[in-house]
Write a protein that binds this ligand. Structure first.
Ligand SMILES: Cc1cc2nc3c(=O)[nH]c(=O)nc-3n(C[C@H](O)[C@H](O)[C@H](O)COP(=O)(O)O)c2cc1C
Ligand code: SF4
Length: 419
């Protein structure tokens, strides 16, 4: 725990409503450095640092920035601040506590990609974040950071703040574009990818709030600083959303690759409730469960993939042994059935059937063949759904049943308390 936070260093220190205070705390220095370096060097910095996107898919940021920069203008920049994954709250805390950093991170990435129009798409249920980001945008315009000929570079950037209307699917990048375009939030088929044809059919760079936050110290300190934190194939500082049955839940900034045990025992102060760890949901509802045997696993994208788990957006939701996990699985299945947009059948129908089976499991009414059907439906959703929602809708349920040992006779998950 000797790591000194960088991404969250200004939280609780800087006045989120004051541009002058932001400047006093190093604000807009990364933008100045980016302009001094030029777009290609900024892209190269992200590429060398091997920054992986923090929105869930872990796509290399440098490659994405370059792909957009290589396309003809006009290009768009979109900040994905929809943050609807259950258990995720990191972007909200950043937007509320350090909103100018989101504007500046967007500008650094937008400059690298050569975008001249940006949108910040914020989850509608985050009214304070919307207010603070809108204020930060207005103040940045008034101070001459946004608009024409930014810092004398000849580069222009205009920004609009948009509010989501409460649909989880609108966090998926192409559904988000549809939403900004004023349409229903249906995901698009890919390819073409957003870097080629995204918002309004134009090349579009879309990044998560935390990815853009990483861009600031990255530009100021260089790629080696970033690469020296955490594992080589999945480096950098990371925000973890630690919640559930821990004594000290909250936002944790730690090096990528921090062991799960350190996060729960040191940062979180240990397991609350019964005091005995039952399991951990990594990555949120779209993530996967791991059991106590995974306590010493390192939390980074690559290592978790190796053990059939995911880091996703950084959710670490802890459950002690007194939790009735069947009720948790039931809740997750209701979430997906409710949020499925209905565009493709595997997910539209699969999430409904999954919910019905999980209802029966939770109520002790499981029918013969239900679990085989659940596996079948889950595999079909994973293999055949159009977008990540359907593809991930079974992950938490599948891994809970596999890892917590479902007992056909008692109808219970062995490692969790039954009631
Ligand atoms: C159903 C669904 C919901 C998503 N929600 C979010 C979200 O709320 N925020 C986010 O940054 N990415 C979300 N994503 C991932 C985005 O599609 C996209 O990968 C991300 O914004 C890219 O940014 P990054 O490269 O900086 O990670 C979601 C994906 C899916 C399939
Ligand atoms: S997988 Fe689900 S959310 Fe995604 S397009 Fe198909 S129905 Fe919609």
């Amino acid at each position: 725990m000797t790591y000194q936070p960088v991404l969250t260093a200004r939280l609780g220190v800087v006045d989120p409503s004051s541009l002058a205070d932001y400047e006093t705390h190093g604000g807009f220095q990364a933008l100045a450095k980016a302009v001094e370096l030029g777009p290609q060097a900024v892209i190269e910095t992200a590429r060398q640092a091997h920054v992986l996107g923090r929105g869930g898919a872990a796509f290399p940021a440098g490659i994405k920035w370059k792909s957009v920069a290589d396309q003809p203008a006009p290009r768009y920049m979109v900040v994905n601040a929809d943050e609807s994954e259950p258990g995720t709250f990191k972007d909200r805390i950043i937007m509320e506590g350090d909103p100018f950093s989101v504007v500046e991170g967007m500008m650094v990435a937008g400059f690298a990609a050569g975008a001249e129009q940006a949108y910040i798409y914020i989850r509608g249920e985050y009214p304070l974040a919307v207010k603070r980001i809108q204020h930060a945008v207005n103040a940045s315009y008034n101070a001459g950071y946004l608009g024409r000929n930014i810092l004398g570079s000849g580069w222009n950037l205009d920004v609009e703040v948009r509010k989501g209307a409460g649909a989880y699917i609108c966090g998926e990048e192409t559904a988000l574009f549809e939403s900004i375009e004023g349409k229903r939030g249906f995901p698009r088929f890919k390819p073409p990818f957003p870097t080629q044809a995204g918002l309004f059919g134009r090349p579009t760079l879309i990044n998560n709030v935390e990815t853009l936050l990483c861009a600031l110290p990255l530009v100021l300190r260089g790629p080696h600083w970033f690469k020296d934190i955490g594992p080589e194939n999945s480096p950098g500082p990371k925000l973890f959303c630690l919640s559930g049955r821990v004594r000290r839940p909250g936002l944790v900034e730690a090096p990528m690759g921090t062991p799960l045990r350190t996060l729960i025992m040191d940062y979180g102060g240990g397991v609350a409730g019964s005091g005995e760890l039952g399991g951990v949901l990594l990555g949120g509802a779209a993530g996967m469960f791991v059991g106590p045997s995974a306590l010493d696993v390192n939390l980074d994208f690559a290592t978790l993939r190796e053990i059939d788990a995911v880091l996703g957006s950084g959710v670490v939701m802890v459950f002690d042994t007194s939790v009735d996990i069947k009720q948790v699985l039931k809740r997750i299945s209701h979430f997906f059935a409710h949020e499925s947009c209905g565009k493709c059948y595997p997910c539209q129908i699969g999430t409904q059937r999954q919910m019905e089976i999980l209802d029966r499991l939770a109520d002790g009414r499981l029918r013969p063949g239900d679990l085989a059907l659940l596996r079948d439906v889950g595999q079909t959703m994973t293999d055949a759904s159009i977008c990540g929602l359907g593809q991930a809708a079974n992950g938490a349920i599948r891994t809970a049943l596999e890892r917590f040992g479902y007992d056909d006779v008692s109808g219970e998950l062995r490692q969790f308390g039954a009631r």
